[in-house]
Design a protein around this ligand. Sequence first.
Ligand SMILES: *Cc1c(COP(=O)(O)O)cnc(C)c1O
Length: 403
Amino acid sequence: MEKRKITFSPPDITEREIAEVVDTLRSGWITTGPKTKKFENEIAEYCGTKKSVALNSATAAMELALRLFDIGEGDEVITSAYTYTASASVIYHCGAKIILADTKKGEFNIDPKEIEKLITPRTKAIIPVDIAGLPADYTEIFEVVEKKRNIFNAKKGTYQEKLGRILVLADSAHSFGSTYKGKKIGSVADITSFSFHAIKNLTTAEGGALTWNLPENFDNEEIYKKLMLLALHGQNKDALAKLKAGAWKYDIVMPGYKCNMTDIMASIGLVQLQRYDGEILKKKEELVSYYEKYLGDLTDKIELPIFKDDIKESCKHLYMIRLKNQDEEKRNEVIATLGENDIATNVHFQPLPLLTAYKRLGFKIEDYPNAYNQYKNEISLPLHDFLTEDDIKYICDSLVKSL
Ligand SMILES: *Cc1c(COP(=O)(O)O)cnc(C)c1O
């Protein structure tokens, strides 16, 4: 086959997103305003939640969720050893202690049994990660949380007390559009954080959002207002409200943060959302079927990703394969050979204990054998919206030759 150049994840931006951005640029309002509010409403509708808050990243979104629950010094938060740094760094930023749990054996997602072993009276939140779009085991995670309700130690007068148990904050950076027991991700965990970074399934260049599904004793309007305050300096009026003639006066009710979404970003998101199910997810499905067609007979050598079972369905964010019975060295060789053929691949993820910052915090990869085994022979193949069947065939042929 003739040589091709295959990039890993170029953004899928059409003339429609461009026109919507131009419309915003010409509108006289470019920061948080009507388009951001519209985007928030549409995210909530898509996820089947009452409300959502759009922010400038998933990282900021997760930190705000921890802050909303007054999680900080003296507290512990459990996340997966198998994730991107953001799931753990937000815990650190809040002043809480990062606790890493291993994955299930043979899987990329966090093991609820490991979570159970790590819970102490200081545990305030769990951050499961829906790797590649496949939802974590939320039923089992909520069962563990219920089981440990009796040792939960809430800070008085906070949302922790109102909840009365450990908070489940999903890092769903990969899983916008995925489902769990028929429910859209966003309405499964207590709070869900999404990323709209340039390489994610749905993008606003940079961006993120929070949705929540908290018990009935929580007031959704109040949560929305608190998140707005946290996201914009603790200021009781946003820029649009202040713009009204004569309405200059505002108050700062807390020293807040600065992580609001702009209407420019939201314009991209509004169009991406319109295209999401019918174009973007459909395209991913088609590409996955080509991978299955060309790699399906090689399952003695390659473990293909799982996108669906009785409980979950993935939005197919990443195509993560594993080379059976191979080590890190062989995997790296295969990636280099594919690189020589101009095929860009990736590894998702280096478990956090392999990285300098987390080694310095005292984490050791030996304590996370399942995460290491998942990582050592993993390759993420390209799954972006511009690929054709011939591209996938070229990728698969090159892969087979390099084994
Ligand atoms: C991309 C990613 C994030 C961070 O998203 P940002 O919007 O860039 O902050 C967090 N967690 C995981 C698993 C990710 O892949």
